[in-house]
Ligand binder design. Structure first.
Ligand SMILES: [Zn+2]
Length: 699
């Protein structure tokens, strides 16, 4: 959780020895990474840094002054050198001649590429003029909660003067762009003693003659703001406490129950993923007397409301009388009212050339006694939106604690939300992948097929919750998958598929972690081999428990959640050729696999009216990466076929019609097809992936 550790003072991490070996661009990078890695200094993706560096012009060989400034996109904490754009400073100054005034400000962005130095492909951000025109070598622009708190008070100018005693300048709210760049130039030139400038309702600019001086000034200013707020915030905050938080387990249980319901209602046009947080900062706010009026004011900093929408949705819930059904019953009307309110805001503020109204559903959901939910088109965006609302809470806490918090005027907020330049950014985003926004649960997730399936679904944009009885292997699978698909999108939970309670826990986790479930890949498996007369009841029951009861429990839990969401869904059972073809010496296994296939058909029948599709993939002899084939089963099959264990793979390959080995990736491809909308009109089907086996031809 992104929880600012207020108790630990902000201290300089600058290492002179390290810095001594660095070039100016490297020093800029070093400073940026230091600043961006502390969320008290700037929020995720927020703020930017710059340095004005003398360099050799590749065209003329002359020394020219080049502005290195964080380019469009990315985060300061993880930025690399290629994240900076580079521009001729004299050309940026020459641009002023082109400026036709505030009404035409946006057209200046189109000129920036003409000032590019050294063919750098990194696009310059709209904040470029802000850095270019401040007449200092090294400039930081940060969004610290503590400074924004001061910048978002009704008396922000007077407070700036009082707290910083003339060291910081102050500029009234203005949208970032060319004009604000000129304002910054004027103020910093006219008052050369300033160490920085506060921008009302926005953030902080600071500077220095060297990279180190800029860094340390930035830190000192933020530290001063934090200390002053700490000493001056009136208690109790937010009008005092109104509600008690539920115990942690009850908070999580409530969120897990609400999320699939909510997700269904807000995913009609685009699948959404959810995120739940209940940190102390959030609980203090949602349990406070002033929750409703403060939430209604909306957020202040542009970064905050771009991520969280102009205001959050407050769930009507009284934790002293926890009645889930009452909350559920009121949701439709409350959401409709929110959407109507958002549409009215759009209609009040829209201009002739505004982009069309966007999804009117809320992003942030505040629940007294429980915490905060956030929903967005992907998991990382949902998580980050939640983090931004925590930033907004910190700002309100500070601003209202020392003065009066003011949100941004509605029209200003709208002009940023529907800014044509923002719209252009959205239009440039790549098309969503085929499973974007979908949530998949994969049982037997640590095995070869399970991992290959997860990898494929992740690569198509889904979030995946893996479950397996083998916790160690599960963790290994998770770290391997997270490396390629990102930590946000992969989750795991150890569990035994034959336990009703543990299967329920898997789906509770899926709801709490991602918001619900859309795809179930039922894949947990075992195999056994013995002639009938040697088959023990224990072996028989084990096959029935895992392959029949386990598949029943998983599909029932998924079915219930899919029904709640009303978004349809897809289940794929990974069965076996042996579910269709009897095999000597494996009656327990073959019978269980046949039952599994028939269960899929039954669920397909009941699921159809709800848009829930159920299909089967039948692999045969997938030996590579298989935990089943590693053990006794291989010996047993070798014995049964009168061959050596080492020859098993070749034996099965040569036995197939196509003479090819079947790999986990082949199964994953079939599972993906049946999971995706490409198979939107297929249910109750069996797809063999067995390199050809005439006995398994379906009829
Ligand atoms: Zn900013």
């Amino acid at each position: 959780m992104n929880q600012p550790k207020q108790k630990q003072p902000i201290t300089s991490l600058w290492d002179d020895e390290k810095a001594a070996t660095m070039s100016e661009p490297e020093l800029l990078l070093y400073r940026s990474n230091l600043l961006g890695s502390d969320l008290r200094i700037t929020n995720f993706g927020g703020g930017n840094t710059s340095a004005k560096v003398m360099m050799d012009d590749p065209l003329t060989g002359d020394k020219v002054e080049v502005l290195w400034v964080k380019g469009s996109g990315g985060d300061l904490g993880s930025i690399k050198l290629d994240g900076f754009s580079t521009l001729y400073l004299d050309k940026l100054h020459a641009l002023k001649k082109r400026y036709r005034g505030l009404e035409h400000e946006d057209e200046m962005v189109g000129y920036l590429p003409h000032a590019t130095f050294n063919l750098n492909p990194r696009a310059a951000s709209i904040d470029t003029p802000l850095h270019a025109y401040i007449n200092k070598k090294h400039v930081d622009h940060m969004h610290p909660d503590s400074l924004i708190a001061i910048a978002a008070t009704a008396n922000s100018r007077a407070l700036t003067e009082k707290i910083f005693e003339g060291v910081l300048g102050w500029l009234p709210w203005k949208r970032p762009g060319f004009d604000l760049g000129l304002d910054l130039e004027k103020l910093s030139t006219e008052q050369p003693h300033l160490k920085g400038i506060i921008l009302e309702g926005h953030g902080l600019f600071t500077w220095g003659d060297t990279a180190k001086e800029a860094y340390e000034t930035t830190l000192a200013i933020i530290k001063r703001a934090e200390e002053w707020l700490e000493a001056n915030i009136a208690q109790p905050v937010f009008g005092g406490q109104k509600h008690q938080a539920l115990p942690p387990a009850e908070r999580a249980a409530f969120a897990a129950k609400l999320m699939p319901l909510l997700r269904g209602k807000i995913s009609k046009t685009e699948y959404k993923l959810g995120h739940f947080e209940d940190s102390d900062t959030i609980l203090e706010f949602v349990n406070s007397a002033d929750l409703a009026p403060l939430a209604a004011l909306g957020t202040s900093c542009p970064d905050h409301f771009l991520r969280t929408k102009i205001r959050p949705f407050v769930v009507d819930f009284d934790p002293t009388r926890p009645d889930f059904d009452a909350v559920a019953a009121g949701l439709d009307d409350a959401l409709e009212a929110y959407r109507a309110d958002y549409t009215a805001y759009y209609n009040r503020c829209k201009r002739d050339n505004s982009p069309a109204v966007r999804d009117a559903n809320p992003i942030i959901y505040l629940i007294p006694g429980v915490g905060m939910l956030s929903f967005a088109k992907d998991k990382a965006t949902a998580r980050i939106a939640g983090e931004f609302y925590v930033n907004a809470i910190n700002v309100m806490r500070g601003a209202n604690g020392v003065d009066k918090y003011v949100g941004l005027p509605e029209q200003e907020a709208f002009d940023i939300e529907y800014w044509l330049l923002e719209e252009a950014k959205l239009q440039r985003m790549p098309k969503p992948k085929s499973l974007a926004g979908r949530i998949a649960v994969v049982t037997g997730g640590a095995g070869g097929i399970g991992q290959a399936v997860a990898k494929q679904l992740l690569s198509e944009g889904a979030c995946v919750l893996l479950t397996d009885i083998d916790g160690g292997a599960l963790e290994e699978a998770k770290s391997a998958l997270a490396k390629v698909a990102g930590k946000d999108n992969v989750a795991t939970i150890t569990g035994n598929i034959t336990s009703e309670e543990q299967v329920e826990a898997v789906f509770t986790e899926s709801a709490l972690r991602f918001g619900g479930v859309d795809l179930l890949i039922s894949n947990a498996g075992i195999a056994s081999s013995a002639p009938l007369e040697d088959t023990t009841v224990e072996v028989w029951d084990r096959n029935q428990d895992i392959l029949v009861k386990g598949y029943f429990l998983a599909s029932r839990a998924a079915f219930r959640m899919m029904k709640t969401q009303k978004l349809g869904g897809s289940m794929v059972f990974v069965a076996s050729k042996n579910g269709l073809v009897a095999s000597a010496g494996a009656s327990a296994y073959c019978t269980a696999k046949a039952a599994e296939i028939h269960l899929a058909r039954c669920v397909a029948l009941e699921g159809a009216p709800l848009g829930i599709r159920v299909n089967v993939v039948n692999p045969d002899a997938v030996i590579k990466g298989s935990k089943i084939w590693d053990g006794k089963w291989k010996q047993e099959r070798a014995q049964s076929n009168k061959i050596e264990a080492d020859d098993v793979e070749a034996f099965y390959r040569d036995r197939s019609m196509l003479k090819r080995s079947v790999l986990p990736e082949d199964i994953a491809e079939a599972v993906y097809f049946l999971s995706s909308d490409k198979a939107a009109k297929s249910t109750g089907n069996v797809l063999n992936v067995d390199a050809g086996n005439a006995g398994a031809f379906t009829r």
